[in-house]
Design a protein around this ligand. Structure first.
Ligand code: HEC
Length: 144
């Protein structure tokens, strides 16, 4: 009798432990889903992929002007990085092409802004990273 009770207790412990693990896993999954949205990608949308090193450049040097809540209306009208993943394919291709072009030409971030905030200037390496990413995505999407 006593032994059976111990056995049941162990089963209970196992069930509680398993529930706790499942609960933690569920929380973890929902957190990573939120992070994906913050990273401007939609889970399951394979089209728009932003590697971490690219995201870091966008966050540091572009996002402040180019986001849905930006006060810079001209910038916001042209490009919103937090909406990129939601664009229709042809629009996304157009924006990616714009990005590659403006950064290689040295037009973005705007020279005026760089004068005021020199840290905004892209290094040669960042220009390459951004344009390689844009052009690579264009080839990948257009080649599908
Ligand atoms: C200080 C604000 C600011 C920052 C930072 C900034 N931009 Fe812009 N961006 C603008 C403005 C303003 C426009 C609109 C220019 C216009 O309409 O003449 C613009 C336009 C653009 C366009 C559209 C160009 C076109 O011809 O349609 C692209 C693409 C772009 N920016 C990319 C970027 C990228 C990539 C970065 C980061 C490397 C960046 N921008 C950083 C302000 C900014």
């Amino acid at each position: 009798m006593y032994k059976i009770k111990i056995k049941n207790f162990n089963t209970m412990k196992k069930i509680i432990l398993l529930s706790a693990m499942l609960f933690t896993a569920a929380i973890f999954v929902s957190i990573s889903a939120t992070e994906d949205i913050v990273n401007n990608t939609i889970p399951g949308n394979e089209k728009y992929v932003v590697p971490e090193n690219v995201q870091a450049i966008i966050d540091n040097k572009c996002f402040d002007c180019h986001n849905t809540k930006s006060k810079n209306l001209k910038a916001k009208m042209k490009l919103k990085f937090d909406k990129m993943a939601h664009l229709k394919t042809h629009k996304l291709l157009g924006k990616l092409d714009n990005i590659a072009e403006t950064v290689t030409e040295g037009d973005m971030p705007p020279k005026k802004a760089i004068k005021k905030y020199p840290d905004l200037k892209l290094t040669a390496e960042e220009v390459k990273t951004l344009s390689d990413w844009s052009n690579g995505l264009i080839s990948k999407i257009a080649g599908e």
